[in-house]
Ligand binder design. Structure first.
Ligand code: PEP
Ligand code: MG
Length: 561
């Protein structure tokens, strides 16, 4: 069988049997009643038995799972035999609903009630809906949804992975991820990088691989090869016995000592502690919206202070760049965004929510300033989705009013890159969000698998905009203003070298990528990085740019990157 080619988003070479992620459980038809001859009583027994089986299966999995996953599975197991849920389902059965429909509607009601309670209870609504899908699958006699259980390590194939799948993904059992959908910035890609698993996305045909088929996955090349031969076996063996990467020693530098601070992207205090443990020189992007994704109302100032301080305290005397709430598109926050917008990625998102919902940003800046005053971190603040110099100026004024001394902007919209000279006159630094900058430059939704090749930060157009930003930062200012990169591009060791060659001052990435980026950067003198940047800029296509630069960095091959 020939190889399937997709987009490699996390390096590594492994061989293992494929298991397919079962499809989502379809909703039973709304009008479905009890089947002819069935009694409500007998169906109630069948429903209880299915719920018991689901509960036992979840408990079993919890027993063998790592700590965080075990907690999720135990909470879900409890919900499976929840008397309130089963009671309301039986009532619906007695009223004439079919068995699957009865549990479906009962769970809907329970989930709604939980959501209306808010906070922790609202988060449990997801567990109820998960349990519902499992019970319906059990009633239908089809595989349970979610990551399949297995006795042996396997390559997980799926259409795409959702955030909820992550909690139960056991990196000791899953050898690699292969999805037919998703792009380089998709959730699957981010999960794979944070777990250090090889992954290929946008691999059309991945979901057609028969379960049990042995495949060779090359997460750097972006290929999935069924029935691997001698060559693939020796590549996988070489990868398994490769020299382990040295942990990052806490100083990002080129071979000739040009310092490039390597920072981490974090979503909260827990991430920050992990990043500090892996040597991060600070935080280059605190995604504050991640602290409040489950909230349907604005967090109080005290809640915000606590969330931000937890991050600052992990980095005393180090830089922490806080990004103000970036709500909208793939990260809706009900108190800031309008779910009925026709084009959410081009809508009132990021900094723009200050127009539609004034006050939230000012209160957030106040909370950041309070948390900063209570900690020793060097706190910088930046706004997402800045498109014009006026917006940058207004953000700087708001920061100043809150007593925050280092305002900056994210460069994610091409207009900000092109006019970086004017934008940076008004703020102290810029951080390029290559994930969004790529999607807007290429006009390609970052979540769409079929557009993955366009959504590639190696696209020469994106690299030219990175250069435009650096050039703008050096022009019309008394001294060049610092420009960092905090998109996923910074986590690609070859691209990181190019970015440094283009004049980027710092790189921020998921903490897992620090060691690889540090090792490759340290092997290249600055002048060589500049030559590689010129090579990439001069390429006609993303594929040519990547191949040309990678060919000049043989260390990538040695390290299995
Ligand atoms: C980006 O767009 O590159 C970025 C870092 O922001 P996010 O991925 O959170 O949109
Ligand atoms: Mg962004």
């Amino acid at each position: 069988m020939t190889s399937i080619t997709g987009v490699g988003v996390s390096p590594g070479r492994v061989i293992g049997p494929v298991l397919q992620m079962p499809p989502a459980v379809a909703e039973p038809a709304p009008g479905a009643g009890l089947p002819a001859g069935a009694t409500a009583e007998a169906e109630a027994d069948r429903l209880r038995a299915a719920a018991k089986t689901v509960q036992a299966a979840l408990k079993d999995r919890a027993a063998g799972a790592r700590k965080e996953a075990a907690e999720v599975l135990q909470a879900t197991a409890l919900m499976a035999a929840d008397p309130m849920l089963l009671k309301s389902a039986v009532k619906l059965l007695e009223a004439g609903r079919g068995t699957e429909r009865a549990i479906w509607e009962a769970a809907e009601q329970v989930a709604e009630q939980l959501k209306s309670l808010g906070g922790y209870m609202a988060e449990r609504a997801t567990d109820v809906l998960d349990v519902r899908a499992r019970i319906v699958a059990e009633l239908r006699g089809v595989p349970a949804p979610g990551i399949p259980a297995s006795e042996v390590p396997f390559v997980l194939a799926a259409e795409d992975l959702a955030p909820a799948d992550t909690a139960t993904l056991d990196p000791a059992m899953v050898l690699a991820l292969v999805t037919s959908g998703g792009g380089p910035q998709s959730h699957t890609a981010i999960i794979a990088r944070s777990l250090g698993l090889p992954a290929v996305v946008a691999a059309i045909g991945a979901t057609e691989l028969a379960p049990g088929t042995e495949v060779f996955v090359d997460g750097a090349a972006g290929t999935v090869t069924p029935s691997p031969g001698e060559t693939e076996r020796s590549l996988a063996a070489a990868y398994a016995s490769r020299e382990p990467l040295q942990p990052f020693d806490g100083t990002g530098t080129t071979a000739d000592g040009h310092l490039v601070p390597l920072l981490s992207n974090v979503g909260g205090g827990h991430d920050a502690l992990k990043a500090a443990g892996l040597g991060a020189e600070g935080v280059g992007l605190l995604r504050t919206e991640f602290c409040f994704l489950n909230r349907d109302s604005e967090p109080t100032i005290d809640e915000q202070v606590a969330a931000y301080k937890a991050v600052f305290d992990a980095f005393p005397a180090k830089k922490v760049v806080v990004r103000t709430l970036d709500a909208g598109a793939d990260k809706p926050l009900p108190f800031l965004t309008d779910s009925t917008e026709p084009n959410p990625a081009l809508g009132v998102r990021g900094y723009r929510t200050d127009l539609a919902t004034p006050g939230v940003l000012e209160r957030q800046l106040q909370a950041i300033a309070t948390a900063a005053a209570q900690s020793e971190a060097e706190v910088w603040v930046m706004a997402p989705m800045i498109a014009t110099a006026e917006e940058a100026g207004r953000f700087a004024e708001l920061c100043q009013a809150a007593g925050l001394e280092t305002p900056g902007v994210m460069v994610e919209v091409p207009s900000a890159a092109v006019t970086a000279g004017s934008v940076l006159k008004r703020v102290d630094f810029a951080s390029i969000g290559t994930n969004d900058l790529t999607q807007y430059t290429m006009a390609a939704d970052r979540q769409l698998g079929p557009l993955a090749a366009l959504n590639d930060p190696w696209q020469p157009a994106v690299l030219h905009l990175v250069k435009a930003t650096v050039d703008g930062a050096a022009s019309r200012q008394e001294a060049p203003k610092p420009v960092g990169v905090c998109g996923e591009a910074a986590a690609d060791p070859a691209l990181a070298v190019v970015l440094v060659g283009l004049g980027i001052n710092s790189l921020s990435m998921s903490a897992r990528s620090l060691a690889a980026v540090a090792a490759v950067l340290k092997s290249v003198p600055l002048e060589r990085a500049q030559q590689l940047a010129a090579l990439a800029l001069g390429s006609d296509t993303a594929a040519e740019a990547r191949a040309a630069v990678r060919a000049e960095l043989p260390l990538l091959e040695t390290l299995g990157l």
